[in-house]
Design a protein around this ligand. Structure first.
Ligand SMILES: NC(=O)c1ccc[n+]([C@@H]2O[C@H](COP(=O)([O-])OP(=O)(O)OC[C@H]3O[C@@H](n4cnc5c(N)ncnc54)[C@H](O)[C@@H]3O)[C@@H](O)[C@H]2O)c1
Length: 351
């Protein structure tokens, strides 16, 4: 029997969830909910969902719905996820898990009480390049990974709307882009325990909506008039096993346009994960760069979401454990909120 899915929040990212659900042979897209009714209707028509809601509580009251994707603003993730779990639904919640540590712990408790699956939408874990690399790491190819460095510097790319409103987003590029980078490095390093974080945030350039001739990702309700989030954040994270991670992210910066860059360094070899998977090693006194031959050496959104959703559906059916459980979402929130706190206080935060 097919499982029935509801999607809550019908904005930009919901399309990736819906495309993946639509292509999945064991899924029926049953319902769509958005506070913007027209947007919910449009998606429902496109993806063949028969029920449309503007109040997520009505969707959650439908007894035949097995699971939901939560694709709303960050400030609603905890509330909707907890309500969904309490209504007996499995949950795939977009990143970040929520806005605060207090919320994160409440979501974790709701998962424990309900016994339902909650998968955090850290989609890069599900990328084909990460999956392949993880096998190499698990076989000890790189030895101990003791350093990682990740960067996502957008020259121009404040998505505006709720992303730029700290009340609804919880922050700027750190919570939006940094969450992906910190997660993928921490996951591939073997999820070491966090010892301390030290960070800086800057709000110097505004959203630069005046700039012409360049396109960038925008929230469904783009609004350039409001901006209360940082433009740039950087951080150094120390782990109890001695490993460290350096990260910097921006929505805008007077610099060259850069894509995502992720590198990890081990005792026996190194890794460039992004922009494209490459392995660096040494043999016969020679440094080698190896390029795994595969369809998606770079992170591919469609492949990543298809894999994330297939994993969620399998976890709902009890066939496997989710790859990104709530506990990982809580640890990520600890690092993210710790970095913001460190920037606020101007000193390192120790856990
Ligand atoms: N995994 C990724 O790579 C990725 C990429 C982009 C966004 N996201 C995440 O996805 C989420 C949504 O981002 P987006 O870019 O789609 O934003 P968006 O603004 O395009 O869409 C959000 C939608 O949620 C709706 N909404 C807000 N509160 C609601 C509520 N209480 N009930 C029902 N609908 C509600 C809005 O009306 C809007 O249509 C965010 O948490 C964001 O961090 C993830």
């Amino acid at each position: 029997m097919k499982c029935r899915i509801g999607v809550i929040g019908a904005g930009s990212i919901s399309e990736f969830h819906l495309d993946a659900y639509k292509a999945h042979p064991d899924v029926e897209i049953a319902a769509i909910c958005d506070v913007n009714e027209g947007r919910a209707r449009e998606r429902a028509e496109k993806y063949g969902a028969s029920r449309v809601y503007t109040d997520y509580r009505e969707l959650l009251a439908q007894p035949d719905i097995d699971g939901v994707s939560v694709c709303t603003w960050n400030n609603t993730h905890a509330e909707i996820s907890i309500a969904a779990l309490e209504a007996g639904k499995h949950v795939l919640v977009e990143k970040p898990l929520c806005k605060t540590m207090e919320e994160a712990l409440r979501v974790q408790e709701a998962v424990r009480r309900s016994g339902k699956v909650l998968q955090v939408g850290v989609v890069r874990r599900y990328g084909a390049n990460t999956e392949l690399l993880k096998r190499f790491i698990d076989h000890g190819e790189f030895g101990e990974i003791y350093y990682a460095k990740a960067s996502w510097l957008r020259r121009l790319g404040n998505p505006g709307g709720w992303f730029a409103d700290i009340e609804r987003s919880g922050g700027g590029p750190l919570i939006d882009l940094g969450v992906h980078l910190i997660d993928i490095c921490w996951y591939l390093m073997g999820k070491p325990k966090v010892k301390s974080v030290s960070g800086n945030t800057y709000r110097k350039l505004g959203n630069r909506a005046n700039v012409k001739h360049l396109e960038y990702y925008k929230a469904a309700d783009y609004d350039p008039s409001f901006n209360t989030v940082e433009d740039l954040a950087n951080a150094l994270i120390r782990f109890e096993n001695g490993a460290s991670l350096m990260v910097d992210v921006s929505f805008t910066l007077h610099g060259e346009q850069q894509g995502v860059q992720v590198s990890l360094y081990g005792e026996r070899g190194g890794i460039v994960l992004e922009p494209e998977l490459k392995i660096i090693t040494e043999k016969y006194d020679t440094i080698l760069e190896l390029a795994p031959q595969m369809d998606h050496p770079a992170f591919d959104f469609n492949q990543g979401f298809a894999s994330e959703i297939a994993w969620f559906v399998a976890a709902m059916a009890g066939e496997k454990e989710t790859l990104s459980p709530v506990g990982d979402g809580v640890e990520l929130m600890k690092m993210l909120t710790g970095i913001y706190e460190s920037a606020r206080q101007g000193k390192e935060i120790r856990f």
